[in-house]
Write a protein that binds this ligand. Sequence first.
Ligand SMILES: [Zn+2]
Length: 152
Amino acid sequence: MAGPAVPIPENGQVRDHRIEEPFGQLLDVARDLASRAYAPYSHYPVGAAALVDDGRIVSGCNVENAGYGVTLCAECGLISELIAGGGGKLTAFACVNGHGEAIMPCGRCRQLLSEHAAPGLQILTPLGVQGMDTVLPQAFGPNDIEEKRRHD
Ligand SMILES: [Zn+2]
């Protein structure tokens, strides 16, 4: 996480001019998911929610484990729900901490999101809404593997 988090009012009404729909709804869902997180070790609950290009909303919360390295970020559950629900591409994404403040996805999860991002995916960050290319520049993706195959 970098930079200050954007405080989100408890009543769910988003007043920050940098935050626009559909993020109000995504923040409501993400905050609900953060309240369900299993984070007995870090005490850092995270909830994530995203809008899919077919109109669905998918979500997840972090799930820690006594084997710390086995811990699942909130985005893991979100992507699993995306695929289990029929796939699709993400058009908007937000994740929050236990105070309901927007936070950055970790580096690994930026890679997860990138694989399933619609062109122009918008990500709510502590600095406002940013594109996938900004939060994960020069991302490695399916095209890189395809390119490698063509040259083999
Ligand atoms: Zn993560």
